[in-house]
Design a protein around this ligand. Structure first.
Ligand code: PRP
Length: 214
């Protein structure tokens, strides 16, 4: 029996992938919020789900630790393409990548005056490319989370972070000053798996495509 391994991250991506799996007749048999297991069985004996950190999904799929994965466009850009086959925009876990500053920071005039901007972010590749295209000089500070704190503590002038409802920014007296790009989650497939396990993977891709259109 050929086993298909799908890499997902806990939270929004896992939750919003479940209906797509259901449309393909696949039901995950365990709740990751209740169990500590990292390999989850499904009702299909040849399909299993592995739970990894969101930033590790492209790595698992690139090296064949998983045949397929669901990952945000943000994570994918930061990881680099590295031969991942990307057949589908699933249209789930939608948000945007934006620049935000303290509500008392004059971003427009800092940019106009050509000041060097200190930017804290987890999304270094996206931020670098964005500010380079604008011709704004930046000092990049790499963080791994709680970006909102950086402008409040004087660590940075601006952050580049994901925004969904905007509630996190508001709660921390930050304002969105630029929208860099819209984000949604993508299906990524290991290229060797696509050749070696063509039939079951194609079936999954087709079912996901149908369900995400609906
Ligand atoms: C993201 C992001 C913001 C928040 C934005 O964090 O980093 O903190 O969501 O959402 P909002 O606009 O609806 O308030 P997430 O919860 O994904 O966790 P992370 O900090 O680990 O990225």
């Amino acid at each position: 029996m050929t086993t298909i391994t799908l890499a997902l991250s806990k939270g929004r991506i896992f939750d919003e992938t479940l209906p797509l799996l259901a449309a393909a007749g696949i039901e995950v048999l365990e709740d990751p919020e209740k169990s500590r297991k990292l390999i989850l069985a499904t009702n299909q004996p040849d399909v299993r789900v592995v739970l990894v950190r969101a930033t590790d999904v492209p790595t698992y799929v690139q090296y064949g630790g998983a045949d397929l994965g669901v990952t945000g466009l943000d994570t994918l850009i930061e990881h680099g393409n590295h031969g991942l086959y990307q057949p589908l925009d699933l249209g789930i876990a939608k948000c945007r990548v934006s620049v935000a500053v303290r509500d008392d920071f004059d971003y427009a005039s800092a940019v106009r005056q050509g000041a060097r901007l200190r930017v804290a972010t987890k999304y270094v590749a996206i931020a670098r490319e964005f500010f380079a295209a604008k011709g704004v000089h930046v000092d990049m500070i790499k963080l791994y989370g709680s970006m909102e704190l950086a402008p409040l503590t004087g660590l940075a002038d601006a952050i580049v972070d994901l925004v969904s409802t905007g509630n996190t920014l508001k709660a921390n007296h930050l304002v969105e000053v630029e929208r860099i790009m819209d984000i949604s989650s993508r299906l990524v497939v290991n290229q060797a798996s696509l050749k070696l396990k063509q039939a079951p993977i194609r079936r999954l891709i087709d079912a996901f495509a149908q369900a995400s259109k609906a």
